[in-house]
Design a protein around this ligand. Sequence first.
Ligand SMILES: Nc1ncnc2c1ncn2[C@@H]1O[C@H](COP(=O)(O)OP(=O)(O)O)[C@@H](O)[C@H]1O
Ligand SMILES: [Mg+2]
Length: 294
Amino acid sequence: MIAVVEENKIMEAIEKANILVEALPYIKNFRGKTFVIKYGGNAMVDDRLKHMVMEDIVLLKFVGINPVIIHGGGPEINDVLRKLGKKPQFVNGLRVTDRETMEVVEMVLTGKVNKEIVSYINRYGGKAIGLSGKDGGLVTAGKDLSNGDLGFVGYVKDVNTEVIQLLVREDYIPVIAPVAIGEDGETYNINADTVAGEIAGSLGAEKLIMLTDVEGIYKDYRDKGSLISSLDIKTALSYIEKGIIDGGMIPKVLCCINAIEKGVKKTHIIDGRMPHSMLLEIFTHRGIGTMVVR
Ligand SMILES: Nc1ncnc2c1ncn2[C@@H]1O[C@H](COP(=O)(O)OP(=O)(O)O)[C@@H](O)[C@H]1O
Ligand SMILES: [Mg+2]
């Protein structure tokens, strides 16, 4: 009886070792490559999950991949706005941002969410550094008028990746809040997806991974069986046109398209609420979520 239990334990351990070896070709292939990861707001649901995502990011770093993190913080921003008696408003997934809202956005993103991610990563043995688009002139914003005047909503006018490269060279993990300064000296709120796409493009990243609060893109949002595993640019644009892709998924898809056009090899929209979804996507044959392809 005892011998059987022992044998089972050994088999289990061998199974675990097998899983590690299965990752070998992926580790070989991705060593030294840059992965841009967009995390949160809506996928950053509970603390336990956040810790798991941070642990996975540290693991990526230690097997030789260079993760660069861009984060959102929608729900946290909404919480503070509501406390101030302001109602959050969105147009096509973009937050309507008056001056007071802009101050809240910057405080919450750079002060709270950014530092929380940094501290979690550091706790798991990574070396994270928090930045906003303002630091080192990383992102220059322009006023985004493509959806009408939404206030201090910016688009990415220019990216200067020098500070990222400096940090990555010394094995730091950059954690970037999507706030940037415009040539007019004003502070702009840029959708985190948009910033992630632009930075991935400028870095010539191997992968852009967007962790969100759905499994991926659905052909019919109400039918969870309609998850699309791979979507090309032309079809994606037609789905936006038809309203199949809507709300917060619009900037996500546009940013994947932008990244691909700038030379990023692979873009994925995956479920950030699923434990280790990133590791499944990167280190196993099992593709998950939706891949946006040329
Ligand atoms: N076709 C679609 N498939 C999946 N999600 C969609 C689709 N169209 C719109 N969405 C919406 O996009 C949301 C993800 O964007 P968003 O709320 O901005 O999340 P995040 O905080 O991760 O950026 C989903 O929760 C869903 O409500
Ligand atoms: Mg969003």
